[in-house]
Structures are given as C-alpha cells and as structure tokens.
Design a protein around this ligand. Structure first.
Ligand code: UDP
Length: 387
C-alpha cells in the first residue's frame, strides 16, 4: 500500500485536492491518503463548506494554524507538519498551489527526505513582492515531481534548471474540478433570481490579493471603480474575509472618501454578517459563497473582474470575458488568447476605462488547460513512481 500525505489549507487547495483525492479513492486499498488541513483558512465559509460540497473526506489532522503573519504561519506549520510526518511516515507528500501551507508541507517533507510532489508547478508572475511567488519558487525547487498545468509553466521551470523526468505536463486540475462540479450544480440557477439579477447581465467581482487589499489607495480605487461600473450593470461581489476586515479597519480609521462612506458603513458590515448579502448602489456584496454558487455566478456573468488565479481560469472555462485587477498574471495564455485583459487599479478613471473595454471583448477558442483529465494523469504517474 502506498501512503500519500496531502497538505491543504486554503480554499483553492480544497478544490484542487478534491479531484485528485477522488481519483485516489478509486484505487481502493492500493493507496491510502492522509489528509492534513493546516487551518490557514478557518472561516466556515472558506473551509467547511468546501469539504462538504466537494465530498472531500474529513481531514485526518487539523493543525489549527491560521490568522498569523506569513512568518508565524509558515513556521508553525513547518513544525506541526513535521510531527505528522514523523508519525505517519508517508511514501510521498502532495502539495498544491502557492500558499504558506504549500511551502511548509514541501519544506518539512524535503528535510526528512520524503519525496515532494507539487501540483500546479511552474507558475510565475515574476513579481517577488507577492508572497505566493516566493512560495511557488521555493516549493518547485524542493519538489521531486512537478505537475505543470500549462506549457508556459513547463518553460518557466526549464529556465530555472528544472526539467526532464521531474516535470510532467498534465493540464489543470481546476479544469477537472470545473467540469465535474458543473454537472452537479445544474439546478442552482435560481440563485440569480433570489438576488433579482438576470443571467448574462451582471459583472462578478472578487478581490483578495495582498497587493490590492493591503494598500488602501488600491482597494479604494477598486471600490470606487466598481461603484461607477455598477451604473452600467449590476455588480455581484462575494467579499473575501481579508477584504471585509480591511473595510472594517477603513471604517475605524475613517479612510473612506465621502462617496463611499454612504455605501460601506457600520450597518453595511452588520447586515453582511447577519444575512450574508447587502445591496447598495447596484452592487450585491456577499459573504464568500460556496463553490456551487460561485460556478453559477461565474457561468451566468456577462463579465468577471478578479485578482484570483482560479477565477481568471474559471471565467475562461465558461467563456466569460475577464479583467485581471493586477499588473501581471501567471495565466498569460488567457491574455494572449484575448479572454483576459490586465486592468491594474492605478486610478479610478483608468480602471473604469479598462473594465469597459474588457467586458466587450471576446477571445479565441483554444484548450490550454488540457481535457479535464489532469487528476487522472497525476494519479497514474504517482502510482508509476511511488506505487
Ligand atoms: N471561490 C468560491 N467562492 C467565492 C470566491 C471564490 O468558491 O466566494 C472559488 C473560485 O471559484 C475558485 C477558487 O475559489 O475556484 C479561487 O480561490 P481564491 O480566489 O481564494 O484563490 P486563488 O485562485 O487566487 O489562489
């Protein structure tokens, strides 16, 4: 029996791990997966709901580490994952994406000479100010087997001296997840009616990257930009807990300018916490939604604007034009294909102009993320190497 220890901790990792985990379970007794949840995302709307919806088994270990700085989280996770590894002695450790949980899992295993497998390897923004970029680069370099989602990712690794047997191009597990889940959310379109919005007539927005939330002028630009955009069409904005927290700080420090003060105030936060949805000036602010609801919101949107990696791709999976609220993206093929436009929030006027162009453009047809069989290929290769 091969023992695979999987480390997850954040929302996108639950989604990615769910499809690989499902493939592993199909193998029955041949493989045992030990699931470790670091606790990085602990809000029930960011964690529990995904385990339920995606049929991920309950974690074998919940480390309860979250809410600290990057250094605190990574350090505490490293120590805690190491003790789980001592106890479980797995044949291989599987990590996903680019969070502190990814890096801690990879480092702990590498130091104990346990093979590290990285799913979603080789992505680069070439912006070392992003915590995710540091996590990716370091994780890739200590990994024994790297599953790249795109040709660009393979090329990025090659330039850093990582190539040959270590790297496998398998496609994107998020695409597998989107295909699998899209079938099971068939009947949920009435969510739109409950918000009073029509299909193909609204914009969907998500914002959570530190570069946007931790710089007040940028977050304010984004808020003001979308309040203006909402004059064109309704905006639906599920608020990441980090963004919600920054709004609270802005209120405490009285940072909001006059025009926003009337929209986001104490009652706004109270209403959001109590009912999960607040509508102001044609913007639906929601608390984080489950994966099923997110898919419904994405595939019926007229337009998506986001700083999320996953949401950029999902926009493309459902062929919805997308604006990325950043200076750069790791998913460059989407920009090249014309489905995605970079709209950095530098000023309200520039952002608004970029958004209005982006929502009217469509891209070319292509399949840069594989055919929805990335998780199957990953499991086959895992068995071949470590089975
Ligand atoms: N997502 C969700 N509910 C939300 C916002 C996002 O289910 O309210 C999903 C989204 O569909 C995507 C994933 O979370 O699959 C993306 O995660 P996130 O934006 O946190 O991280 P990133 O992709 O940037 O690493």
């Amino acid at each position: 029996m091969t023992k695979i220890l999987t480390v997850v901790g954040a929302r996108p990792q639950f989604i990615k791990a769910s499809v690989v985990s499902r493939e592993l379970r199909k193998l029955g007794e041949t493989v045992r997966e030990v699931l470790v949840h670091t606790g990085q995302h602990f809000d029930p709307y960011m964690s529990d709901v995904f385990f339920r919806e995606l049929e991920l088994p309950n974690p074998d270990y919940h480390l309860g580490i979250g809410g600290g700085t990057h250094g605190q989280n990574t350090g505490r996770m490293l120590e805690a994952v190491e003790s789980v590894l001592f106890r479980e002695r797995p044949d291989v450790v599987l990590v996903y994406g680019d969070t502190d949980s990814t890096l801690a899992g990879a480092l702990a295993a590498a130091k104990l000479h346990i093979p590290v497998v990285h799913v979603e390897a080789g992505l680069r923004s070439f912006n070392r100010r992003m915590p995710e970029e540091i996590n990716r680069v370091l994780t890739d370099h200590v990994s024994d087997l790297l599953f790249a989602p795109t040709e660009q990712a393979v090329e990025n690794l090659r330039r850093e001296g990582i190539s040959g047997e270590r790297v496998r191009l398998v496609g994107d597990v998020m695409y597998d997840a989107a295909l699998w889940f899209a079938e099971s959310v068939g009947g949920q379109e009435d969510i739109l009616a409950s918000y009073g919005i029509r299909p193909n007539a609204y914009a969907l927005v998500t914002v959570h990257r530190a570069e946007n939330t931790d710089r007040p002028e940028r977050l304010l630009t984004i808020v003001q930009g979308f309040l203006r955009f909402a004059e064109l069409m309704p905006v639906v904005w599920p608020l990441h807990p980090r963004t919600r927290k920054v709004f609270e700080t802005f209120l405490e420090e009285d940072v909001f300018p006059q025009d926003v003060r009337g929209v986001i105030d104490r009652e706004f936060l109270a209403e959001l916490d109590a009912s999960g949805a607040v509508v102001r000036r044609n913007v639906w602010w929601l608390r984080p939604v489950g994966y099923g609801e997110m898919i419904v919101l994405e595939r019926n949107a007229r337009f998506i604007a986001t700083d999320s990696g996953g949401v950029q791709k999902e926009a493309f999976f459902y062929r919805v034009p997308c604006a990325t609220l950043r200076e750069e993206t790791e998913w460059t093929e989407l920009v090249e294909l014309g489905w995605n436009r970079l709209c950095p929030p530098s000023s309200v006027d520039d952002l608004y102009a970029c958004l209005t162009e982006a929502y009217q453009s469509r891209g070319r047809e292509a399949f840069p993320y594989g055919r929805g069989d990335a998780s199957r290929k990953i499991v086959q290769e895992l068995l071949r190497r470590y089975g």
